[in-house]
Design a protein around this ligand. Structure first.
Ligand code: PLP
Length: 420
């Protein structure tokens, strides 16, 4: 459930009419509901209530806005980060360093040092050499870094190829059949407190079976490692739970997911971590846009909106579906293509879609844009960087400014030898 609903024929975010935000901030603009973020955080936690020693780390790459991070920190979530920049954001957003998990296949030595110096909770190692380097950096500082090995369980997550991460050929994790031997070698590093295993097999998973298969493999691996004498106290099961994007989509609920996770992990006797991203953020945000033109087309008209692929990349990148609705729907419907102004054919949000009738100047939303939306935005075609707004009840605030092309240009320089 989210808080973007029609009231008397007009779309609201919580108690704020979206038209008011468009008037005051302009379009395109991302609009987030604080209440939806908080509700999703609670529903996800509630789904996992049968898991003892539960730790939740919000995967901030889904939506790293500082206001969002503050809402998640207030809901008791730590943070899963994948870069030094995300680590800095998580701390600026109020997540204690001890609640931060550092994932990612290419952490640089400089990022490892920053994590050590900040005292983050855990490093999820992606290869043996990373473990050696981290161990040496920690030992040189008189520290022992909490670490787990990220394993690639070789399961097909059944999602879009570009967001699958747990097949043997993907770049992520250590092949599961090498994990026991590598664990043995790295456990001897004096600078490491190697304490468990992590996995993350992909995103937008709408079937629990691949997750269950992967978790089952991890359960066997934990038993094997213990049989070798290793103390396994922490397992990180990653994120990936899918969300409804289309009307009628019915992915597993957090309660169904939690019941499966509790059953499969029963008796593991570990601190268990989950790293939800999309399931928290996607339906807590919309992209509010204005129709520029309705351009006649050969088959269907093109609704040209002022949002584009630089603001919301998912359709161009993953063929993703985002539901489109008028802010003041008349009740009439039409079949149209929806596209942005960017000079790329890929800047198309939908083809031959049945939508609310809209005309030039009308406001509309793309739903489910709270995750992997603003955070992937660019300024391609010298467009402004899209702003973000958070609503709370009957008030709202701009939580990220629109950054103008002039501001971006101001960071560019002519070299002396061209300026003359
Ligand atoms: C992206 C990512 C997540 C979050 O994935 P969602 O599908 O958004 O839940 C969690 N853990 C890791 C390591 C990730 O890379």
């Amino acid at each position: 459930m989210d808080h973007f609903q029609l009231r008397d024929g007009e779309m609201f975010a919580e108690d704020v009419p979206l038209a008011r935000i468009a008037d005051q901030v302009g379009t395109p603009v991302y609009v987030y509901s604080r209440a939806t973020f908080a509700r999703h955080a609670d529903v996800f936690r509630e789904g996992l209530r049968d898991i003892p020693r539960l730790h939740l780390a919000y995967a901030i790459k889904a939506n790293p806005n500082l206001a969002v991070l503050r809402v998640m920190a207030d809901a008791g979530y730590g943070a899963d980060v994948v870069s030094g920049g995300e680590m800095a954001r998580a701390m600026a957003g109020g997540v204690p360093a001890s609640g931060i998990v550092f994932s990612g296949v290419g952490k640089t030595p400089d990022e490892l040092i920053k994590g050590l110096e900040a005292g983050i909770g855990q490093f999820n190692l992606e290869l043996e050499e990373e473990g050696r380097v981290l161990g040496a950096l920690a030992a040189a500082r008189g520290l022992r870094a909490n670490a787990v090995l990220r394993v690639n369980p070789d399961v097909d997550a059944g999602t879009h190829a570009k967001i699958s991460t747990g097949k043997a050929e993907n770049k992520f994790g250590i092949p599961i059949d090498q994990a026991v031997a590598m664990f043995g070698r790295l456990a001897a590093e004096p600078g490491l407190n190697l304490r468990g295993i992590a996995i993350h097999i992909g995103s937008q998973l709408t079937d629990l079976a691949p997750l269950e298969a992967a978790y089952t493999r991890i359960g066997r691996l934990v038993a094997e490692l213990r049989a070798q004498g290793h103390a396994i106290t922490h397992v990180d099961l990653g994120g990936g739970l899918g969300v409804p994007y289309r009307p009628g989509d019915n992915p597993p609920s957090p309660a169904q997911f939690g019941a499966m996770a509790a059953r499969v992990t029963n008796g593991w006797d570990v601190d268990l971590m989950f790293e939800p991203g999309r399931v928290i953020a996607a339906n807590a945000g919309v992209l509010l846009t204005r129709v520029i033109w309705v351009k006649p087309g050969v088959v269907h008209p093109y609704v040209i909106v002022d949002a584009a692929m630089n603001d919301l990349t998912r359709p161009a990148l993953y063929d993703a579906y985002h539901h489109f609705e008028a802010v003041r729907p008349s009740g009439e419907r039409m079949t149209a293509n929806i596209a942005g102004p960017v000079c790329e054919t890929g800047d198309t949000f939908a083809m031959a879609r049945e939508i609310d009738v809209v005309a030039s100047g009308d406001l509309a939303i793309f739903r489910s844009a709270g995750a992997y939306g603003a955070t992937m935005a660019s300024t391609y075609n010298s467009r402004a960087l899209v702003p973000e707004v958070m609503v709370d009840g009957d008030r709202f605030a701009v939580v990220a400014d629109r950054i103008s092309p002039e501001t971006i240009m101001a960071a560019e320089r002519l070299p002396e030898w061209l300026a003359a």
